[in-house]
Design a protein around this ligand. Structure first.
Ligand code: FAD
Length: 495
């Protein structure tokens, strides 16, 4: 049989995992990436003489990556060192309070008891038990299924779990109110409600099932020695060892369609490449808005812009910290969480008193703190990067508001302006076409939103989808799973 040829557009987590699985199955794989490096959102920014991780920093679900490498006949630990993170994150509030969460249920419970008393610690126990049940029920029935529907989900859960675990997946009320049932201390509602932002959503609108993220994090958080972008590099290296033909700085402008089937791609410079099938790893909305050609545009559903998930302002910084004992992951909260999410999703503005995430990349188990440290500072923002630009003054104003929150929590970050590199929703939009700056596809708002994401098979024969905007959703492990699902689906269709 002649060797099949598949073109993958995009070398993000989902494109890389698809390329590995297809190549090891004997398919000829051409991987086309418009950026100068593989990894997509897993990227670094150069700040003076330092490389600062500018994308994901929290690595969970380690087994997803181990399995990918093991299935390819190798071991992740041969190429990459993952370090256990003893602290999940350090949390501080501007009106008082400091709480560390650990990937150890008893330690976290104790920490919460010290912080907010025994009733809230008991609430944590109930939350942990509930989130574990949800995770168990959904991991095989939802995340690893090619394109689950509510009906297949119910059917499978009923087959595999007792009715009680099905009830545990009851998707209402929203996460915020569900957490209010566990905690009388609103700070804990904020802390666990923030998990909604991991999928770019508001805790006020996501279904309570999202509390499963609490279980995923308590199960373990890892740091990649050398930074998260190393994970992308390692995946790209494995693909290349298996024969993947990776082309960087290569923008695909069209999916070629013949007889209602994807038959190849056209590059920016006009070159046409043919293939038996195509996998797209960018935001599905790039297809829907015609950026991959008119003929392919109906392959996915066009979504209203208001359904987009969160964007962000980020700053990669070389600087110094004082006044606060930073851990690797740090979250600084102001008091009014509901108002923050209403501002972003309803008013579509950047909150003036935002929750601020700071990744102190030189702290933690393999911390190597020099005089100048690397920081990633992030605040959430609406995904309106395609119809809004920000002047330097506006960006600095947003940055100063974030620094003021840190200041109220006791942390002073100092740096020189030229050693602070900002990324705005407009920048994210131009890096990730079709996204509007959304970093997580569409928001997981409402009961059924998770079921409305595209699956691995698009509506166009021969065109497959992977990445954070398709099932099972955003986050590095989930996007990696999506690539594996795309490869599996494609192989079952063409072989
Ligand atoms: C600041 C930030 C913080 C985050 N924090 C976390 C975290 O802590 N933990 C976590 O798990 N996740 C986090 N995420 C989310 C996570 O990074 C993403 O969900 C995941 O990396 C997305 O992978 P993907 O497969 O969708 O590919 P993407 O990373 O979206 O990459 C898609 C690739 O396709 C390429 N491409 C698109 N169109 C074309 C074209 N026409 N031609 C050629 N190439 C094209 C793009 O250049 C890009 O490289 C974060 C994201 C950001 C930005």
């Amino acid at each position: 049989m002649t060797q099949r040829h598949v073109i993958i557009i995009g070398a993000g987590a989902g494109g890389l995992s698809a390329s590995i699985d297809l190549a090891r199955a004997g398919v000829r794989v051409t991987l086309l990436e418009r950026a100068a490096t593989p990894g997509g959102k897993m990227h670094t920014r150069e700040v003076d003489d330092l490389s600062v991780d500018g994308g994901p920093t929290v690595l969970t679900m380690r087994s997803v990556f181990e399995q990918l490498f093991e299935d390819a006949g190798t071991s992740l630990s041969d190429s990459l060192t993952l370090l256990d993170s003893p602290v999940i994150a350090r949390h501080a509030w501007s009106d008082g309070g400091l709480l560390d969460l650990f990937p150890d249920r008893e330690r976290s419970r104790h920490s919460i008891e010290q912080f907010a008393g025994s009733d809230n610690a008991a609430g944590f126990d109930r939350l942990y038990t509930q989130s574990e049940k949800i995770h168990r029920a959904l991991s095989s029935t939802f995340m690893e299924a090619t394109k689950p529907s509510p009906l297949t989900l119910v059917g499978r859960v009923l087959r595999e779990h007792p009715l009680s675990s099905l009830l545990a997946t009851r998707p209402s009320p929203d996460l915020w109110r569900a957490l209010g049932g566990f905690f009388s201390d609103e700070r804990l509602q904020q802390l666990f409600g923030r998990y909604a932002t991991y999928v770019g959503s508001s805790p006020l609108s996501t279904p309570a099932t999202l509390m499963l993220i609490a279980h995923v994090e308590l199960d373990g958080v890892w740091l990649v020695d050398g930074g998260m972008h190393r994970l992308a590099r390692t995946m790209a290296d494995l693909g290349q060892q298996l024969g993947v033909d990776l082309h960087l700085n290569t923008h695909v402008s069209e999916v070629l369609v013949k007889n209602r089937k994807a038959v190849g791609v056209r590059l920016d410079d006009g070159t046409a490449l043919t293939a038996d099938a195509v996998v797209f790893n960018g935001d599905t909305q790039a297809i829907a808005t015609g950026q991959l050609g008119e003929s392919a545009s109906s392959a996915v559903t066009l979504r209203p812009n208001r359904q987009r998930a969160l964007s962000a302002f980020t700053w990669c910084i070389k600087g110094q910290a004082s006044g606060f004992d930073l851990d690797h992951h740090n979250v600084f909260f102001e008091s009014n969480y509901p108002s923050e999410f209403n501002t972003i999703f309803e008013t579509r503005q950047v909150p003036s008193k935002p929750t601020v995430y700071v990744c102190a990349q030189d702290r933690g188990p393999a911390g190597n703190r020099n005089k100048a440290e690397r920081f990633l500072m992030l605040v959430n923002a609406p995904a309106n990067g395609d119809n809004r630009t920000w002047s330097t003054d506006e960006v600095n104003h947003i940055r100063d508001n974030a620094l003021a929150v840190l200041d109220r929590c006791g942390l002073t970050l100092s740096f020189r302006d030229e050693e602070c590199v900002a990324t705005t929703p407009t920048d994210w939009h131009s890096r990730f076409p079709g996204s509007g700056g959304s970093l997580y596809g569409s928001a997981s708002h409402g009961l059924w939103s998770s079921f409305t994401r595209s699956g691995a098979r698009s509506r166009l024969k021969g065109l497959y989808l992977s990445g954070g905007s398709v099932h099972p959703g955003p986050g590095v492990p989930m996007a990696t799973l999506s690539g594996r699902l795309a490869a599996r689906t494609l192989l079952s269709d063409i072989i």
